[in-house]
Design a protein around this ligand. Structure first.
Ligand code: F6R
Ligand code: MG
Ligand code: MG
Length: 365
């Protein structure tokens, strides 16, 4: 059976501030999803949150980029926004950048990750969702899962992984894409994906079967809106087992927290902390950035689950390390490398301050 998995998300209002989602907004989304399932548009769905982001996980048979599915997501976000407005939640409707839906949700603000595939005999999938960071945050974890034998031993000792994976990389500044083969081209690949604010891994494929292994959302809100309106807070779908890395290999990158951009006002670097869904409540200095991972077995398109995979005790040390890294970064206050370089900051007062001080700058001798 061919099934499409669509994960579409948006921040349509925070509770309190930007730290969490309100249960009434989640309940409204449940209502819309249940109606669509009853009407036969969806095979199944799961609604969740990551921090202040509402996450719609949907299965159907309409393929990727389908107008009906995108409209369902848009309508659900609009209805949730009404609830958020009634409660005066913070930033109600903030990620809905267009006044009306026009056929496709891409470019309108919400983040999307979708894949269509033939459901295998056993189809384990993990959906990662992050808050207070941007789309490039998946670059290193995806590289580790699909190209690093120190993370994924299957690349070395499992026959169906041994030929490697192909990485589709998007240049989001110039709207171009390129595909790299791993392991042959990893040095070339790393030249690009090591700069995650511009080059992002959009998708990964098994090189032998060409089957899709992973897909991520690469929308950059600031580029869409032309100004800061909120963080991208990306999502990523990964298929596991068999010709793909095992669930444990897919989760392993998050055991070693890395620094990502997007903390406080979208203008700071901070550690990406793996947490459970209930712990996705970025509170300290509006952070630190969080990642959750929900596991499902698909069964005829039905989402069997979820298992809250990053809740596992084996990520306790990573959480502790992330907190220590957070302290270390906070020590820098308004200085780089905690604060992002000038051109990367989402908030800045530089133009106003520069204008005010224009006449006081004098040439060096
Ligand atoms: C939002 C975020 C927050 C906000 C900050 C200011 O995802 O990262 O750190 O940028 O709380 O928010 P506003 O401008 O809404 O007062
Ligand atoms: Mg928010
Ligand atoms: Mg958010």
């Amino acid at each position: 059976m061919k099934v499409t998995l669509s994960v579409i998300k948006a921040d349509i209002g925070g509770y309190v501030g930007h730290t969490d989602s309100h249960p009434d907004v989640i309940a409204k989304a449940e209502e819309y999803m249940a109606r669509a399932k009853k009407a036969g548009l969806l095979v199944d769905y799961h609604v969740t949150k990551c921090g202040d982001d509402l996450q719609l996980i949907m299965t159907h048979q309409k393929g990727t980029n389908n107008g009906d599915i995108h409209k369902l997501a848009w309508d659900t976000f609009c209805a949730g926004t009404e609830v958020a407005k009634a409660l005066k939640l913070h930033g109600a409707g903030q990620d809905l950048l267009a006044d009306a839906f026009s056929g496709n949700i891409r470019g309108l603000g919400p983040g999307t990750a979708e894949m269509e595939f033939e459901e295998r005999g056993s189809e384990p999938i993990v959906i990662f969702m992050a808050d207070k960071t941007s789309s490039g945050a998946w670059n290193m974890p995806l590289y580790k899962m699909f190209a690093d034998p120190f993370n994924t031993i299957g690349l070395v000792i499992a026959e169906n992984l041994h030929d490697g994976f192909a990485f589709e990389v998007h240049d989001i500044k110039e709207s171009k894409k390129i595909t790299f083969n791993a392991p042959e081209e990893i040095y070339d690949l790393l030249v690009f994906i090591g700069a995650p604010s511009r080059y992002m891994i959009k998708a990964v494929y098994n090189k032998v079967t060409n089957n899709i292994a992973a897909v991520s959302s690469t929308e950059r809100l600031a580029l869409i809106a032309g100004r800061y309106v909120g963080k991208d807070d990306p999502v990523c779908i990964v298929r596991c087992q068999g010709e793909f890395p095992a669930v444990g290999e897919v989760l392993e990158p998050f055991a070693s927290p890395i620094l990502v951009e997007g903390w406080m006002r979208g203008s700071h670097m901070g550690p990406l902390m793996p947490v459970s869904v209930p712990d996705s409540t970025p509170s300290r200095f509006d952070g630190p950035p969080r990642v959750i991972g929900l596991g499902f077995q698909l069964s005829g398109g039905k989402l069997i689950g979820p298992r809250d995979l990053l809740a596992d005790k084996s990520f306790n040390l990573a959480r502790h390390q992330a907190n220590e890294m957070a302290d270390m970064m906070r020590r820098h206050g308004p200085f780089e490398p905690h604060r992002l370089p000038l051109e990367e900051m989402e908030y800045t007062t530089m133009p106003q301050v520069m204008k005010k001080l224009e006449g006081r700058f004098v040439k060096l001798d």
